[in-house]
Ligand binder design. Structure first.
Ligand SMILES: C[S@@+](CC[C@H](N)C(=O)[O-])C[C@H]1O[C@@H](n2cnc3c(N)ncnc32)[C@H](O)[C@@H]1O
Length: 211
């Protein structure tokens, strides 16, 4: 029962169980995020957005990578925004980080704003995946990159591997070719996918056309 309450709070953390979930995500997704960031090539001066920023640990990691650039976070959960802002208080004060409440479906940024966008373990919950990917495309600069990060990779050898989480949260584990296809359909180019040997991790990178 307690475990179920915790898991259900991955969707939109709120209240007591949401606080516990945020703490657990900050810890539990750290290694996955470090692995994924090794493919994103964040550079000094980059403006990078973390969509579905949860407890804000990725924003903190990004602050350490962007040099004179800036790290942004958005999440549609009020509690996540509050917790992320607390964790990144110092960088927010010196205007290196900014965290806002918003849905991926309506990002509060102008076109062509970001060099990179990262989204860790959140895509499963997006309400309109193709259009949400297009919304991210809109805020990327030409040549900018989106990285989607997953720890629930569909395994054809073991198709029921994620079924209990899938049923409880009404989501689906992702397949590598499916993510490649939807990124292409949303307009992304130079799509690359990476999997982790031994873990069911997937990371997919797509670029906005560089004109
Ligand atoms: C499993 S958590 C991952 C959090 C964080 N990225 C991490 O790796 O720890 C999923 C997050 O996505 C957020 N989220 C889900 N749907 C969203 C949407 N439509 N727009 C913005 N954030 C969303 C949730 O509030 C939650 O914080």
């Amino acid at each position: 029962m307690k475990y179920h309450k915790l898991v259900e709070n991955a969707v939109k953390p709120d209240g007591f169980w949401g606080k516990l979930m945020i703490r657990s995500m900050n810890k539990g997704h750290s290694e996955l995020t470090d692995w994924a960031l090794s493919f994103l090539e964040v550079e000094n001066g980059d403006h990078v957005l973390d969509v579905g920023c949860g407890g804000g640990r990725t924003v903190r990691k990004l602050c350490g990578l962007v040099g004179c650039g800036k790290a942004y976070g958005v999440d549609y959960s009020e509690l996540c925004v509050k917790k992320s802002q607390k964790l990144n208080e110092r960088d927010i004060l010196c205007r290196k980080a900014k965290i806002q409440q918003a849905s991926v479906s309506a990002l509060p940024y102008d076109d062509n704003t970001f060099d990179k966008v990262i989204a860790v373990e959140t895509y499963y919950f997006w309400p309109d995946k193709l259009n949400d990917l297009r919304e991210v495309y809109r805020v990327l600069k030409p040549g900018g990159r989106l990285m989607l990060v997953f720890e629930m990779l569909y395994d054809p050898q073991n198709p029921d591997k994620w079924s209990s989480v899938e049923q409880r949260l009404g989501i689906k584990a992702v397949a590598e070719d499916e993510i490649h296809r939807i990124l292409l359909e949303a307009g992304y180019e130079n799509i690359k996918t990476y999997t982790h040997e031994g873990k069911s991790w997937l990371c997919a990178v797509g670029e906005r056309e560089n004109i």
